[in-house]
Design a protein around this ligand. Structure first.
Ligand code: CA
Length: 240
């Protein structure tokens, strides 16, 4: 299998060095950029598989880099930022980032995020628009509008089912409150944040009650939710 090509966008030489050394040691190819302009150019010229992006760049805000890259490609972008403010994460995610890591981060955490994203890429590539979604104990049959856990049908309200489908179709990706409420209810999303919390709580209760495994939906407090992609059963499972 070809090695994944990762673009590293980071103006801080020591952090860039840490990331590129880690990538190299773990069998990735990489290219790097030190500012926003070259980040956009490198992405256009080399078509990387995944982009690791610092938000605080000398010439351009990282969010602007996301917007420009998103104008032509859906290449996954993982934000790596010292900004721990929820608003910054939300802005980056709403601009089209797939995930974020807050500095300081551990090398193992970085590698874990890369693996999650690779699984998502592989999943998207293999899936001709699929009619049945499988993830660990969960099955969603889009065509018949049914969801089940370990073969037992889930009794979901229409809104809960819509939420589940939205999360399933974006498995592995953090979805912001704004993104979710706009897809479910449209209109003025701030008015529906309360409803989202309620429906998400009932959905999660139903999922956790029947799954007998780790929670399928992860909460990012103040930001949004993500459905975790569970390891395929023939893979080596890792603790932690
Ligand atoms: Ca920086």
């Amino acid at each position: 299998m070809d090695k994944y090509l990762i673009e590293v966008v980071e103006d801080d030489a020591s952090v860039r060095n840490l990331i590129t050394v880690t990538l190299k040691a773990n069998g990735y190819r990489y290219l790097s950029a030190m500012n926003g302009q070259s980040a956009v150019m490198e992405a256009a010229c080399h078509n990387p598989d995944i982009i690791l992006l610092d938000l605080g760049l000398p010439d351009m805000d990282g969010v602007e880099v996301i917007r420009r890259i998103r104008s032509w490609t859906e290449t996954p972008i993982i934000v790596i930022s010292a900004r721990s403010d929820d608003d910054d994460k939300i802005e980056a995610l709403d601009a089209g980032a797939d995930d974020y890591l807050t500095k300081p981060f551990s090398v193992s955490e970085l590698l874990a995020r890369l693996r999650v994203t690779q699984r998502r890429i592989a999943h998207a590539a293999s899936a001709a628009p699929e009619s049945i979604f499988h993830n660990g104990p969960l099955t969603v049959d889009y065509a018949s509008g049914c969801a089940s856990l370990k073969g037992a049908q889930l009794k979901l309200t229409p809104i809960e089912y819509k939420l589940l489908c939205l999360l399933a179709r974006n498995v592995g990706k953090v979805l912001t409150h704004k993104y979710i409420t706009q897809h479910i209810w449209g209109g003025n999303w701030e008015n529906n944040i309360g409803s989202l919390r309620v429906f998400m709580a009932t959905l999660r209760k139903k999922l956790d009650a029947g799954s007998g495994s780790a929670p399928l939906i992860q909460t990012h407090i103040g930001v949004g939710y993500r459905m975790l992609k569970q390891e395929a059963e023939d893979n080596n499972t890792q603790e932690g």
